[in-house]
Design a protein around this ligand. Structure first.
Ligand SMILES: [Zn+2]
Length: 208
């Protein structure tokens, strides 16, 4: 994979590289990419990542591993529940404007603890904790409320959580797509924004 061109500018080609990488990961999880010293040295002078991945901080979902990519391939921003905040958006804008990355993936995952905690907080009506964790709950709240409303009372918890994860990713994709700087890049064909979810059990990433 180190034979690829220095800079990838086609969003579809970038997406295909991620699809292929995740297929390698699910088929041969034991054969993850090595990190040869010569490659590290070759990219020390500058980075040309081909995808930005905004993913959950969950320790089971490291983008470089699940997409089987090497040093220098992915520009990764991680927060619990992959929630947005000004420095998160700033990092993504930097990747698009200054590193010319053609693909932005919002990667949620099965069984997300941040989404689950938000659902539980809404259901129990528990008071805010007074910590910065409240900011995660606030960011995920719209998706969680929608999932609770859609599912109705007595719904299967696992199904409800999966729906909230899906809605959370979709909401984050919508927020990012509405950002003027990113929208301009999309309009110009320089960027594609896609949502995706990761299955903790089989390792597969499903793009929405
Ligand atoms: Zn998570």
């Amino acid at each position: 994979m180190h034979e690829r061109p220095e800079q990838i500018s086609d969003p579809e080609q970038a997406l295909e590289l991620l699809r292929e990488g995740n297929a390698r990961f699910t088929a041969h999880p034991e054969h993850h990419t090595g990190h040869p010293a010569e490659h590290r040295l070759r990219i020390a002078g500058g980075q040309h990542p081909f995808a930005i991945v905004l993913s959950c901080a969950d320790s089971r979902v490291p983008p470089e591993l699940v997409f089987d990519q090497d040093l220098g391939d992915l520009f990764v921003v991680r927060t619990a529940g992959q929630v947005l905040a000004p420095p998160v958006l700033g990092s993504i804008q930097y990747g698009v404007e200054h590193l010319h990355v053609p693909l932005l993936v919002v990667l949620g995952h099965e069984g997300c603890g941040a989404v689950k905690a938000t659902l539980e907080a809404l259901e129990s009506g528990s008071a805010a904790s007074g910590t910065a964790i409240d900011s995660l709950v606030e960011a995920i709240r719209p998706a969680a409320e929608q999932a609770l409303a859609d599912a109705g009372p007595g719904a299967d918890e696992e199904h409800r959580l999966a729906e909230a994860v899906r809605l959370n990713v979709a909401g984050e994709v919508a927020q990012l797509s509405a950002d003027p700087l990113l929208a301009e890049a999309v309009e110009a064909g320089r960027l594609r924004v896609v949502g995706a979810t990761y299955d903790l059990h089989d390792g597969a990433v499903t793009f929405s």
